[in-house]
Each structure stands twice: as structure tokens, then as C-alpha cells.
Write a new protein. Structure first.
Length: 286
């Protein structure tokens, strides 16, 4: 029977071979050369190791994607604006088409404050809450009446992103949470998002990023650095909101602002839309 093979660099046997002869021990020069070869192999492994660990770290890291709703994910066909007009008529007996009220990119509570001030109604907490409660009720009625749609590529994009374990999908929107849920449930998108920051949290859009970041930390047990956050939206207010937390800002010209108008506000990335999903994901590193 043959002796077992010795698995070791430079291993030598002094046992007799099958012919009965002993193998000769290596000379000092040979032994020295073998030592250098082993040392070199270990050195090369140690040099490669940090790059390997860096790649593993990259694969295990998470990226937080914060999406706006109106003009970014969906176009509700004017359901929200009509619900605001309905509240003004039902609660205050006032007919106003709301021309001149800035809606795109603003929070629901901020919009209500604009409307109340224009009608010389005190925009206090009681009036704001009363207005928004009725707004949510009427929004549910308006959504089926208005010719809205999911915007190009969005459903496929969310499907693909949700399948990636390193991607965290959340909302950063000016909608109150009840309104956001109504809109996205109606269009079949609500289930894609783990959590969000909403107008319920603060009436100033630029304050909402901190709420989203905190909820991400609570849910995932880790801090999301600014470099690991994307804010995706269709208005200059979305760009400003993302910049407020140092995030990468991805502007998409699917709302009421043109590419040129968005470009003037300096987003990190400017897209026409998400109609070509795979190239967009590659471009953005998703």
C-alpha cells in the first residue's frame, strides 16, 4: 500500500520508497527557494484579500431609495386637486378652481395653508386637520372618476427593485399618509414600499428626509449614510429635499416640470422617464 500523499507546500518524506530507497532531503538552496515561493504566495493572497472583502461589503450593503408619488410614480388625473376644490365647497361654501395655488412638490398641509390664507381663513391646526380629514374622504371618491395612470416603466421598475435584497424601497412624499395609501392602493403600488415620510410628519418638504432616514434606521438596524440614499422625484422641491440630507437626487421629467426646468436646479441625475427599465437601473447602479 502506498503511503498517504502529504498535502503541504514543500513536504518531503524520509520513508523508503516502494523500491526501498530513501528520498534525499532538499539542499539548503532548494529549501530557501521553496520558502521564498511559499512566502510569495501568502503575500499575494494578503494583497488580494482587502479587495475581496471590499467586494463582499459592497454586495452586503443596502441602498435606500425614497420615491415621490405624484408625477413620479403615478398621474392621478387631477384627483387630488379636485378633492381640494370639493372640500372648499363643502366645508366653506366657496367655489375656487385653485389657480395660482402651488401644488406640485408641496406638502398637503402646506397646500391647505395656502388655500386657507387665500380665503382669509386662519390656517391653524384645527382648520388644517378638519380640511385634510375631509380631503381624504373625498379623494377616495375622486380617484375612480379621474383618468389617471401608473407612469411609464414604474411597475416593472418596482418589481425588479423589490427582488433585490440590497434595495430598500420607501416613500418621501408631500401626501398625508392616508392620501398616499389611497392613491397607491388604487393603482396597485402601495405594497412595494416598506415605510415613508409624509406631510403628517412636517409641513415643510425639506424636513421630511430626516424622518425617512430615522425610520430606515429603526427598521433595518443600520445607519444609511447620505451616499447610500437616492431621492427620486419630478419637481425642484424633490431635488431640494434630497439635497437637504446630502442624498443623490434623481429628477425625472414625468410631471409638470420640463427637463430644462429641472436641470436648472442641479439634480445629480436627470431622466426623461423610466420607460427603459434595465438601462436605467444599470445607469443608476441599482
Amino acid at each position: 500500500m502506498r503511503p498517504p500523499i502529504a498535502f503541504g507546500l514543500g513536504a518531503q518524506s524520509n520513508q523508503p520508497s516502494e523500491g526501498g530507497a530513501r528520498t534525499r532531503a532538499p539542499s539548503k538552496a532548494v529549501a530557501k527557494q521553496q520558502e521564498r515561493e511559499v512566502s510569495g504566495r501568502h503575500s499575494r493572497f494578503q494583497i488580494a484579500r482587502p479587495a475581496f472583502q471590499s467586494e463582499i461589503s459592497r454586495l452586503n450593503s443596502k441602498r435606500l431609495l425614497l420615491f415621490d408619488i405624484d408625477g413620479t410614480l403615478i398621474n392621478s388625473g387631477g384627483a387630488g386637486l379636485q378633492a381640494l376644490r370639493d372640500v372648499l365647497r363643502d366645508q366653506f361654501g366657496i367655489t375656487d378652481n385653485l389657480d395660482g395655488i402651488e401644488v406640485a412638490g408641496r406638502t398637503d398641509s402646506g397646500i391647505v395653508h395656502q388655500i386657507l390664507r387665500r380665503q382669509q381663513i386662519e390656517p391653524n391646526e384645527e382648520n388644517t386637520i378638519r380640511f385634510l380629514d375631509r380631503y381624504v374622504e373625498l379623494l377616495a371618491d375622486e380617484l375612480p372618476r379621474c383618468p389617471g395612470r401608473v407612469l411609464p416603466g414604474i411597475r416593472e421598475l418596482l418589481d425588479r427593485l423589490q427582488a433585490r435584497p440590497q434595495i430598500v424601497l420607501a416613500l418621501l412624499t408631500g401626501n398625508v399618509e392616508r392620501g398616499a395609501k389611497l392613491k397607491l392602493e388604487y393603482y396597485g403600488l402601495w405594497h412595494f414600499f416598506e415605510f415613508g415620510a409624509f406631510a403628517d410628519d412636517h409641513h415643510e418638504r425639506n424636513e421630511l428626509g430626516a424622518f425617512a432616514r430615522r425610520r430606515a434606521r429603526e427598521k433595518h438596524g443600520m445607519e444609511f449614510e447620505s451616499a447610500a440614499i437616492d431621492v427620486i422625484g419630478d419637481t425642484p422641491h424633490d431635488i431640494a429635499c434630497g439635497k437637504a440630507i446630502g442624498a443623490r437626487t434623481i429628477a425625472v421629467a414625468t410631471g409638470s416640470f420640463s427637463s430644462a426646468q429641472l436641470a436648472a436646479h442641479g439634480p445629480t441625475v436627470l431622466l426623461e422617464d423610466f420607460s427603459e427599465v434595465k438601462p436605467r437601473m444599470t445607469q443608476l447602479g441599482w
